[in-house]
Design a protein around this ligand. Structure first.
Ligand code: PAF
Length: 294
């Protein structure tokens, strides 16, 4: 696997592939790679001839007091993992290679970026949309892959690509979970062993809520309240639990079919997010619909 740190080296490499008629996939990451990231690389290999992985801890998506400085940076291990799974190129730029010091342009997907995680992390999704738009312009991939775990991020990116006519296919990849059901995340490393056991209850809450919706046993509002209470009683400080339309993340109504349950909760200093996405129509049931808690 080739490692490049500058935009011009990256563009030269992509130009050579393009002139040989090869297609290119991009997997944007912030490093500290785990099985969830490697599943993205695996899917990328099925979709394109060449796979570029970017590792860039993007300062503009971290708020004041968040963990930008301490975000886990595990460069040597990440390179080994990417080599082992056969990625073609690692793009690992310095902040100065991505942002000019007097940059004046921000990409903002209004509305969607201010809800749920965006309400608690003002500016976060502007930082994500801006850096992902820049990565798309730098790499110009045919396809880019993102984890379904960050469902709101995926929706922000899909909306940006639609609104700005960016010629790239966006592929969402199923969340990879620990045996306990806990969604893989770089921030799981902040959890103690005891907190990790509790953390798995976030997915449990989502699955119980999904099953209650499918059984038609309660109103969406009741289901949200019960889930918030369950999380509180399990030791979390829940931020939100929402029954939403999978298409635009607006509050779901009783007639909506494609749903996503979005949840975020804190365990001491660690903020966890997770979701389940499913259809109420058995005719269009997805893998997510079929998956059950533990
Ligand atoms: O999901 C992430 O790791 C980041 O938000 C992303 C998409 C790489 C943008 O910095």
């Amino acid at each position: 696997m080739r490692l490049v740190n500058t935009v011009s080296e990256l563009r030269d490499a992509v130009r050579v592939w393009r002139s040989a008629g090869q297609s290119v996939a991009l997997v944007p990451t912030m490093g500290n790679l785990h099985a969830g990231h490697l599943a993205l690389v695996n899917e990328a290999q099925k979709k394109a001839d060449r796979v570029v992985v970017s590792i860039f801890v993007n300062p503009t998506q971290f708020g004041i007091g968040e963990d930008f400085e301490t975000y886990p940076r595990t460069e040597a291990e990440d390179r080994q993992k990417l080599n082992a799974c056969g990625a073609d190129l690692l793009f690992q730029p310095a902040v100065s290679a991505v942002y000019t010091s007097d940059a004046k342009t921000v990409v903002s997907v209004s509305g969607l970026s201010e809800e749920y995680c965006g309400a608690l992390r003002p500016g976060h999704f502007d930082g994500v949309a801006t850096v992902v738009c820049k990565l798309f312009n730098i790499v110009q991939p045919d396809v880019a892959l993102f984890g379904l775990k960050d469902f709101q991020q995926l929706t922000v990116i899909r909306t940006m690509v639609r609104d700005l006519n960016i010629p790239v296919e966006i592929a969402g990849v199923e969340t990879v979970r620990e045996a306990s059901g806990l969604a893989m995340s770089s921030r799981n490393g902040y959890l103690s062993a005891e907190e990790k056991t509790t953390a798995a209850k976030l997915y449990q809450a989502l699955c119980v809520a999904r099953d209650a919706i499918l059984a038609g046993s309660a109103s969406f509002q009741e289901i949200e309240c019960k889930a918030m209470l369950f999380l509180q009683e399990s030791g979390f400080q829940p931020d939100y639990f929402g029954v939403c339309k999978a298409s635009d993340l607006k509050k779901a109504g009783e007639d909506d079919v494609a749903l996503v349950l979005l949840a975020a909760a804190r365990l001491s200093k660690t903020r966890l997010i997770d979701n389940v996405c499913f259809s109420r129509n058995p005719q269009s049931c997805s893998d997510a619909f079929l998956s059950k808690a533990d």
